[in-house]
Write a protein that binds this ligand. Structure first.
Ligand code: HEM
Length: 408
């Protein structure tokens, strides 16, 4: 297959049980140009340096081919949330939001949630007592982050059936497949989901203004500093970002973690004996099977990378999942080593957009994995490889059925 179509090809494969051989081929050319003009960057040094580069924009308004929700001819484009803003506005909005959430590289307020997360895991697993089969995705790794983010933000859990579909449709907009991006039916679904979730969020934020509670959204929308500087459209976009990013990624981390461990029974046995290794093992899951496979950017100037000049205005894909397996950065990169040291993967991004929710995602995944390891006797995968979610950007199984002898 010609190098320049490799990424598009890999993105089109819905059942991506193993995209890593394709990524290895892509790394042979650190910066490659796809047939549609997009540049794909796949090596660690180059991806990490571009994540820090101020000449690289995260703002869709700088893109000649913005994400679908910005293409609606019949509605004004939504105001971007800060994941889609550049400096200085990005930093400003991020700070105003983070004030009510906790610092990104230390647990902060999130550490107070560990006990609550433990209770939720206990409740979710306890519901399967007496059975010998569980679908990890449906029964644990999807409901857990949904419950946690709803609790934290102050989004009613009973609204999940409504935002599940909107979230699913909106994240499918991250698919770079050009045939999908130009499909009118696909675009219509995105416009509709985007409009509906905004109406929903506008109502919810109004309710938090009328009757504040101790949730993060209440604190945020009633904060006088934020109210003076954030428009209603921006409040909505940020709340939607937190709701979607808060669960669509963590679900894959937990599922990918269980899948990886069940494929390595010796490591599973070791973690059972040495549960203190679980946090390091989660870091290795993040490196080895990243829930977010790539991020998009646009160049604001000509940028030279690995001997290639990417012209101003070009679309770039920063292929985090390929960078994380780069043998020039990680010795034995294709091997899962649960106590790997020097594991500075890019799975939470890097630079100014470094993941806001990383401490929360880590705590959730650590508790969920520790309890699965401790409480399931003799777990085995019912199907391997499992079916995958139809989303090349957010990669994880859609179902992960596990059989076991006993749930203690
Ligand atoms: C940013 C991954 C969980 C909220 C990011 C970025 C990545 C990422 C790669 C950088 C985006 C970029 O550079 O364009 C993940 C993964 C998670 C996770 C793998 C779980 C395993 C969460 C959670 C939240 C969250 C639980 C919770 C609220 C955010 C936000 C940003 C972000 C708000 C934007 C930060 C900014 O632009 O300054 N995440 N994330 N994420 N994440 Fe996460």
């Amino acid at each position: 297959m010609p190098q320049e179509t490799l990424f598009q090809e890999s993105a089109r494969v819905s059942n991506r049980a193993n995209p890593y051989p394709l990524y290895a081929e892509l790394r042979r050319t650190p910066v490659s140009r796809e047939s549609d003009g997009t540049y794909v960057v796949s090596t660690y040094r180059e991806v990490s340096s571009l994540l820090y580069d101020p000449r690289i924009s995260a703002d869709p308004r700088n893109s000649a081919d913005p994400p679908p929700m910005y293409k609606n001819p019949n509605a004004p484009p939504p105001e971007p949330s800060f994941i889609q803003l550049d400096e200085p506005r990005h930093e400003h909005m991020r700070r105003l939001t983070m004030k009510h959430f906790g610092p990104p590289r230390s647990p902060g307020r999130i550490s107070g949630m560990a006990a609550r997360i433990g209770q939720l895991v206990d409740k979710l697993l306890g519901a399967h007592q007496g059975r010998q089969e569980i679908d990890i995705v449906q029964d644990l790794s999807y409901p857990l982050p949904v419950m946690v983010i709803c609790d934290l933000l102050g989004v009613p859990l009973e609204d999940e059936p409504r935002f599940r579909d909107w979230s699913d449709i909106l994240t499918s907009g991250l698919d770079p497949d050009p045939s999908l991006q130009n499909d009118p039916a696909f675009l219509q679904r995105i416009f509709k989901a985007s409009a509906e979730i905004r109406v929903y969020m506008a109502e919810l934020l109004k309710a938090h203004r009328r009757t504040p509670n101790d949730s993060m959204l209440s604190a945020f929308v009633n904060d006088p500093e934020a109210r003076a500087q954030v428009t209603d459209g921006e409040f909505m976009s940020i709340a939607i970002l937190l709701l979607i990013a808060g669960h669509e990624t963590t679900v894959n981390l937990i599922s990918n973690g269980v899948l990886t461990l069940l494929r390595h029974p010796d490591l599973l046995a070791r973690l059972r004996r040495e549960p203190e290794l679980v946090p390091a093992a989660i870091e290795e899951v993040l490196r080895y099977e990243p829930p977010v496979q790539f991020r998009n950017r646009t160049t604001l100037a000509d940028v030279s990378v690995a001997g290639v000049t990417i012209p101003k205005g070009a679309e770039i894909i920063l292929l985090i999942a390929a960078a994380n397996r780069d043998p020039l950065r990680f010795p034995d990169a294709d091997r899962f080593i649960p106590d790997r040291t020097d594991n500075q993967h890019l799975s939470f991004g890097s630079g100014v957009h470094y993941c806001f929710g990383a401490p929360l995602a880590r705590v959730e995944a650590q508790i969920a994995l520790r309890e699965i390891i401790r409480r399931l006797d003799g777990p085995v995968l019912a199907v391997d490889p499992p079916p995958y979610r139809f989303n090349p950007a957010l990669r994880g199984p859609s179902h992960l059925v596990v059989n076991f002898e006993r749930l203690t």
